[in-house]
Design a protein around this ligand. Structure first.
Ligand code: MEV
Length: 318
Protein backbone atom coordinates (compact mmCIF):
# COMPACT_ATOMS: atom_id res chain seq x y z
CA UNK A 1 0.00 0.00 0.00
CA UNK A 2 1.19 3.53 -0.77
CA UNK A 3 -0.02 6.62 1.06
CA UNK A 4 0.27 10.35 0.56
CA UNK A 5 -1.08 13.36 2.42
CA UNK A 6 -1.47 17.03 1.44
CA UNK A 7 -2.36 19.96 3.72
CA UNK A 8 -4.99 22.66 3.32
CA UNK A 9 -3.97 26.27 2.79
CA UNK A 10 -5.02 29.82 3.54
CA UNK A 11 -4.28 32.95 1.59
CA UNK A 12 -3.01 35.61 4.00
CA UNK A 13 -3.02 38.47 1.48
CA UNK A 14 -3.57 39.07 -2.21
CA UNK A 15 -6.35 36.69 -3.37
CA UNK A 16 -8.02 37.68 -6.64
CA UNK A 17 -5.37 40.33 -7.38
CA UNK A 18 -2.97 37.37 -7.78
CA UNK A 19 -4.98 36.21 -10.82
CA UNK A 20 -3.96 39.56 -12.43
CA UNK A 21 -0.24 39.18 -11.80
CA UNK A 22 -0.03 40.82 -8.36
CA UNK A 23 1.82 39.08 -5.49
CA UNK A 24 -0.01 37.04 -2.86
CA UNK A 25 1.03 35.29 0.34
CA UNK A 26 -0.27 31.87 1.30
CA UNK A 27 0.59 29.34 4.02
CA UNK A 28 -0.21 25.65 4.50
CA UNK A 29 -2.69 24.62 7.20
CA UNK A 30 -1.66 21.20 8.48
CA UNK A 31 -4.64 20.80 10.85
CA UNK A 32 -6.71 19.81 7.82
CA UNK A 33 -5.51 17.43 5.12
CA UNK A 34 -6.38 15.06 2.33
CA UNK A 35 -5.06 11.49 2.60
CA UNK A 36 -4.83 8.98 -0.21
CA UNK A 37 -4.09 5.25 -0.01
CA UNK A 38 -3.39 3.25 -3.15
CA UNK A 39 -3.14 -0.54 -3.07
CA UNK A 40 -3.26 -3.42 -5.56
CA UNK A 41 -6.80 -4.65 -6.01
CA UNK A 42 -8.13 -8.17 -6.29
CA UNK A 43 -10.87 -6.77 -8.56
CA UNK A 44 -10.43 -5.70 -12.17
CA UNK A 45 -10.31 -1.93 -12.63
CA UNK A 46 -9.55 1.09 -10.49
CA UNK A 47 -11.91 1.32 -7.55
CA UNK A 48 -12.32 4.69 -5.92
CA UNK A 49 -13.58 4.89 -2.39
CA UNK A 50 -14.14 8.50 -1.25
CA UNK A 51 -16.55 8.24 1.72
CA UNK A 52 -16.54 12.01 2.43
CA UNK A 53 -18.27 12.66 -0.89
CA UNK A 54 -20.16 9.36 -0.81
CA UNK A 55 -18.37 8.02 -3.88
CA UNK A 56 -17.68 4.29 -4.32
CA UNK A 57 -17.16 3.56 -7.99
CA UNK A 58 -14.95 2.07 -10.67
CA UNK A 59 -13.04 4.76 -12.60
CA UNK A 60 -14.62 4.03 -15.97
CA UNK A 61 -18.17 4.44 -14.63
CA UNK A 62 -17.43 8.11 -13.83
CA UNK A 63 -17.79 10.89 -16.39
CA UNK A 64 -14.32 11.81 -17.70
CA UNK A 65 -14.67 15.39 -16.38
CA UNK A 66 -15.36 14.15 -12.84
CA UNK A 67 -12.70 15.89 -10.67
CA UNK A 68 -11.21 12.61 -9.35
CA UNK A 69 -11.47 10.81 -12.69
CA UNK A 70 -9.74 13.66 -14.50
CA UNK A 71 -6.76 13.52 -12.12
CA UNK A 72 -6.40 9.74 -12.58
CA UNK A 73 -6.91 9.76 -16.38
CA UNK A 74 -4.46 12.62 -16.84
CA UNK A 75 -1.92 11.01 -14.53
CA UNK A 76 -2.13 7.68 -16.42
CA UNK A 77 -1.62 9.64 -19.64
CA UNK A 78 1.51 11.50 -18.50
CA UNK A 79 3.02 8.45 -16.81
CA UNK A 80 2.43 6.36 -19.97
CA UNK A 81 1.55 3.16 -18.12
CA UNK A 82 1.37 0.34 -20.63
CA UNK A 83 -1.35 -1.71 -18.94
CA UNK A 84 -3.98 -0.25 -16.64
CA UNK A 85 -3.28 -1.59 -13.16
CA UNK A 86 -5.99 -2.95 -10.86
CA UNK A 87 -6.08 -0.61 -7.91
CA UNK A 88 -8.04 0.31 -4.81
CA UNK A 89 -7.80 4.06 -4.22
CA UNK A 90 -9.09 5.43 -0.92
CA UNK A 91 -9.44 9.18 -0.52
CA UNK A 92 -10.38 10.87 2.74
CA UNK A 93 -10.25 14.57 3.55
CA UNK A 94 -10.83 16.86 6.49
CA UNK A 95 -10.60 19.96 4.26
CA UNK A 96 -14.09 21.41 3.72
CA UNK A 97 -15.00 21.58 0.03
CA UNK A 98 -15.38 24.96 -1.75
CA UNK A 99 -14.39 26.92 1.34
CA UNK A 100 -11.14 28.60 0.33
CA UNK A 101 -8.90 26.04 2.05
CA UNK A 102 -7.64 24.41 -1.14
CA UNK A 103 -9.54 21.11 -1.00
CA UNK A 104 -9.38 20.53 -4.77
CA UNK A 105 -5.65 21.16 -5.08
CA UNK A 106 -4.93 19.01 -2.01
CA UNK A 107 -6.78 16.04 -3.53
CA UNK A 108 -4.87 16.43 -6.79
CA UNK A 109 -1.48 16.69 -5.09
CA UNK A 110 -2.01 13.76 -2.69
CA UNK A 111 -3.58 11.53 -5.36
CA UNK A 112 -0.85 12.27 -7.90
CA UNK A 113 1.93 11.52 -5.43
CA UNK A 114 0.27 8.32 -4.16
CA UNK A 115 -0.31 7.01 -7.71
CA UNK A 116 3.22 7.96 -8.80
CA UNK A 117 4.78 6.27 -5.84
CA UNK A 118 2.64 3.12 -6.16
CA UNK A 119 3.37 2.81 -9.89
CA UNK A 120 7.10 3.58 -9.41
CA UNK A 121 6.87 6.70 -11.53
CA UNK A 122 9.39 9.24 -10.38
CA UNK A 123 7.96 12.75 -10.15
CA UNK A 124 9.53 15.95 -8.81
CA UNK A 125 7.75 18.64 -6.80
CA UNK A 126 7.94 20.91 -9.85
CA UNK A 127 6.21 18.26 -11.96
CA UNK A 128 3.53 17.63 -9.33
CA UNK A 129 2.93 21.39 -9.17
CA UNK A 130 2.75 21.83 -12.96
CA UNK A 131 0.39 18.82 -13.23
CA UNK A 132 -1.85 20.12 -10.41
CA UNK A 133 -1.99 23.53 -12.12
CA UNK A 134 -3.26 21.91 -15.32
CA UNK A 135 -5.97 20.13 -13.31
CA UNK A 136 -6.91 23.40 -11.52
CA UNK A 137 -7.36 25.01 -14.93
CA UNK A 138 -9.80 22.27 -15.98
CA UNK A 139 -12.05 23.05 -13.02
CA UNK A 140 -11.45 26.70 -12.16
CA UNK A 141 -11.06 28.49 -15.48
CA UNK A 142 -8.30 31.02 -14.82
CA UNK A 143 -6.56 30.05 -11.57
CA UNK A 144 -3.37 31.85 -10.61
CA UNK A 145 -1.66 28.62 -9.50
CA UNK A 146 -1.14 29.78 -5.90
CA UNK A 147 -3.30 27.00 -4.36
CA UNK A 148 -1.48 24.10 -6.03
CA UNK A 149 1.88 25.77 -5.30
CA UNK A 150 1.47 26.28 -1.55
CA UNK A 151 -0.02 22.80 -1.19
CA UNK A 152 2.66 21.06 -3.28
CA UNK A 153 5.55 22.64 -1.37
CA UNK A 154 3.72 22.76 1.99
CA UNK A 155 5.63 25.95 2.88
CA UNK A 156 4.72 29.64 3.13
CA UNK A 157 4.86 31.11 -0.38
CA UNK A 158 5.09 34.55 -1.93
CA UNK A 159 3.62 33.96 -5.34
CA UNK A 160 3.49 36.02 -8.51
CA UNK A 161 1.73 34.46 -11.47
CA UNK A 162 3.79 34.43 -14.63
CA UNK A 163 2.11 36.24 -17.51
CA UNK A 164 0.37 33.46 -19.37
CA UNK A 165 2.13 32.28 -22.45
CA UNK A 166 1.16 28.97 -24.02
CA UNK A 167 4.68 27.60 -24.20
CA UNK A 168 5.24 28.03 -20.46
CA UNK A 169 1.99 26.25 -19.60
CA UNK A 170 1.81 28.03 -16.27
CA UNK A 171 5.26 26.85 -15.29
CA UNK A 172 7.72 29.51 -14.24
CA UNK A 173 5.54 31.63 -12.00
CA UNK A 174 7.63 33.42 -9.41
CA UNK A 175 7.47 31.29 -6.30
CA UNK A 176 9.52 32.30 -3.28
CA UNK A 177 9.22 30.81 0.13
CA UNK A 178 9.53 33.45 2.82
CA UNK A 179 10.88 33.28 6.35
CA UNK A 180 8.63 33.96 9.29
CA UNK A 181 10.66 36.23 11.60
CA UNK A 182 8.44 35.47 14.61
CA UNK A 183 5.59 32.92 14.66
CA UNK A 184 2.08 34.38 14.79
CA UNK A 185 -1.41 33.05 15.42
CA UNK A 186 -4.27 32.99 12.95
CA UNK A 187 -7.85 31.95 13.67
CA UNK A 188 -9.73 30.55 10.68
CA UNK A 189 -13.53 30.84 10.76
CA UNK A 190 -15.75 28.91 8.36
CA UNK A 191 -19.05 30.53 7.30
CA UNK A 192 -20.25 27.05 6.34
CA UNK A 193 -21.35 28.45 2.98
CA UNK A 194 -19.78 26.60 0.10
CA UNK A 195 -18.76 28.96 -2.66
CA UNK A 196 -16.93 27.67 -5.75
CA UNK A 197 -13.83 29.73 -6.54
CA UNK A 198 -14.68 29.63 -10.23
CA UNK A 199 -17.75 31.80 -9.64
CA UNK A 200 -16.10 34.54 -7.62
CA UNK A 201 -13.11 34.60 -9.99
CA UNK A 202 -15.59 34.86 -12.90
CA UNK A 203 -17.42 37.71 -11.13
CA UNK A 204 -14.18 39.68 -10.73
CA UNK A 205 -13.32 38.99 -14.38
CA UNK A 206 -16.63 40.55 -15.47
CA UNK A 207 -16.01 43.67 -13.35
CA UNK A 208 -12.50 43.98 -14.75
CA UNK A 209 -13.67 43.61 -18.36
CA UNK A 210 -16.10 46.52 -17.84
CA UNK A 211 -13.66 48.95 -16.23
CA UNK A 212 -10.05 47.78 -16.37
CA UNK A 213 -8.43 50.96 -15.07
CA UNK A 214 -10.60 51.07 -11.93
CA UNK A 215 -9.92 47.46 -10.98
CA UNK A 216 -6.25 47.53 -11.95
CA UNK A 217 -5.81 50.29 -9.37
CA UNK A 218 -7.57 48.15 -6.73
CA UNK A 219 -5.21 45.27 -7.62
CA UNK A 220 -2.25 47.65 -7.26
CA UNK A 221 -3.39 48.63 -3.75
CA UNK A 222 -3.69 44.93 -2.83
CA UNK A 223 -0.21 44.31 -4.27
CA UNK A 224 1.22 47.03 -2.04
CA UNK A 225 -0.41 45.34 0.99
CA UNK A 226 1.04 41.91 0.09
CA UNK A 227 4.47 43.42 -0.40
CA UNK A 228 4.39 45.27 2.94
CA UNK A 229 2.97 42.19 4.71
CA UNK A 230 5.82 40.00 3.47
CA UNK A 231 8.40 42.42 4.86
CA UNK A 232 6.55 42.68 8.18
CA UNK A 233 6.38 38.87 8.50
CA UNK A 234 10.04 38.41 7.63
CA UNK A 235 11.14 41.04 10.12
CA UNK A 236 8.94 39.64 12.87
CA UNK A 237 6.58 42.66 13.02
CA UNK A 238 3.51 40.48 12.78
CA UNK A 239 1.35 42.91 14.80
CA UNK A 240 1.38 45.15 11.70
CA UNK A 241 -0.56 42.48 9.81
CA UNK A 242 -3.83 43.32 11.58
CA UNK A 243 -4.27 46.72 9.89
CA UNK A 244 -3.10 45.27 6.59
CA UNK A 245 -5.76 42.54 6.87
CA UNK A 246 -8.48 45.12 7.51
CA UNK A 247 -7.37 47.15 4.49
CA UNK A 248 -7.20 44.05 2.30
CA UNK A 249 -10.69 43.04 3.41
CA UNK A 250 -12.11 46.45 2.42
CA UNK A 251 -10.59 46.13 -1.04
CA UNK A 252 -12.07 42.62 -1.36
CA UNK A 253 -15.46 44.05 -0.38
CA UNK A 254 -15.04 46.60 -3.16
CA UNK A 255 -14.32 43.69 -5.52
CA UNK A 256 -17.72 42.25 -4.42
CA UNK A 257 -16.23 38.94 -3.29
CA UNK A 258 -17.08 39.28 0.40
CA UNK A 259 -20.55 38.44 1.73
CA UNK A 260 -22.70 39.52 4.71
CA UNK A 261 -21.67 36.33 6.57
CA UNK A 262 -17.96 36.95 5.96
CA UNK A 263 -18.29 40.63 6.91
CA UNK A 264 -20.11 39.64 10.09
CA UNK A 265 -17.41 37.15 11.16
CA UNK A 266 -14.71 39.71 10.35
CA UNK A 267 -16.28 42.33 12.61
CA UNK A 268 -17.09 39.77 15.35
CA UNK A 269 -13.40 38.75 15.38
CA UNK A 270 -12.23 42.37 15.64
CA UNK A 271 -14.72 43.14 18.42
CA UNK A 272 -13.53 40.04 20.30
CA UNK A 273 -9.96 41.33 20.39
CA UNK A 274 -8.41 40.27 17.07
CA UNK A 275 -5.81 42.71 15.71
CA UNK A 276 -7.40 42.51 12.26
CA UNK A 277 -9.35 40.15 10.02
CA UNK A 278 -10.27 39.48 6.42
CA UNK A 279 -11.95 36.95 4.18
CA UNK A 280 -9.57 34.41 2.68
CA UNK A 281 -9.61 32.65 -0.69
CA UNK A 282 -12.29 32.99 -3.34
CA UNK A 283 -14.88 34.53 -0.97
CA UNK A 284 -18.69 34.88 -1.20
CA UNK A 285 -18.69 32.20 1.51
CA UNK A 286 -15.96 29.89 2.72
CA UNK A 287 -13.48 31.08 5.30
CA UNK A 288 -12.23 34.24 6.94
CA UNK A 289 -9.04 34.66 8.97
CA UNK A 290 -8.21 36.78 12.00
CA UNK A 291 -4.90 37.71 13.60
CA UNK A 292 -4.69 37.59 17.38
CA UNK A 293 -2.15 37.42 20.16
CA UNK A 294 -1.83 33.81 21.40
CA UNK A 295 -3.68 34.62 24.65
CA UNK A 296 -6.69 36.03 22.74
CA UNK A 297 -6.97 33.23 20.17
CA UNK A 298 -9.44 31.08 22.15
CA UNK A 299 -11.69 34.08 22.91
CA UNK A 300 -11.75 35.08 19.22
CA UNK A 301 -12.45 31.50 18.19
CA UNK A 302 -15.31 31.17 20.72
CA UNK A 303 -16.87 34.45 19.58
CA UNK A 304 -16.73 33.32 15.95
CA UNK A 305 -18.52 30.08 16.88
CA UNK A 306 -21.15 31.98 18.87
CA UNK A 307 -21.71 34.22 15.86
CA UNK A 308 -22.43 31.19 13.67
CA UNK A 309 -19.06 29.99 12.35
CA UNK A 310 -19.49 26.31 11.50
CA UNK A 311 -15.93 25.56 12.51
CA UNK A 312 -12.81 27.36 13.62
CA UNK A 313 -9.14 26.43 13.49
CA UNK A 314 -6.38 28.09 15.49
CA UNK A 315 -3.12 27.77 13.59
CA UNK A 316 0.39 29.08 14.08
CA UNK A 317 2.27 30.44 11.11
CA UNK A 318 5.95 29.64 11.62
C1 MEV B 1 -8.32 31.04 -4.39
O1 MEV B 1 -7.79 30.34 -3.30
C2 MEV B 1 -7.51 32.27 -4.66
C3 MEV B 1 -7.99 33.13 -5.82
O2 MEV B 1 -7.08 34.23 -5.90
C4 MEV B 1 -8.03 32.37 -7.12
C5 MEV B 1 -6.65 32.00 -7.63
O3 MEV B 1 -5.65 32.58 -7.24
O4 MEV B 1 -6.59 31.11 -8.51
C6 MEV B 1 -9.38 33.70 -5.55
Amino acid sequence: MTTSSAPGKIILFGEHAVVYGRPALAVPVTQVHTDVEVSDSARTGMWIDAPDVNLHAELNTLPSDHPLASVIHNFLFISRVSAFPNLDIKITSTIPVASGLGSGAAVTVALTRALASHLNYSITNEEVNAFAYEIEKLHHGTPSGIDNTVITYAKPVYFVKHPSSPERRGVGSEVETFKVGKPFTIIIGDTGISAPTKESVGGVRRLWMNDKSRWESVFDKIAEISFTARRAIEQGYWEMLGDLMNENHELLQELTVSSPELDNLVSVACNAGALGAKMSGGGRGGNMIALATPDMAEAVSNSLKKAGARNTIITQVS
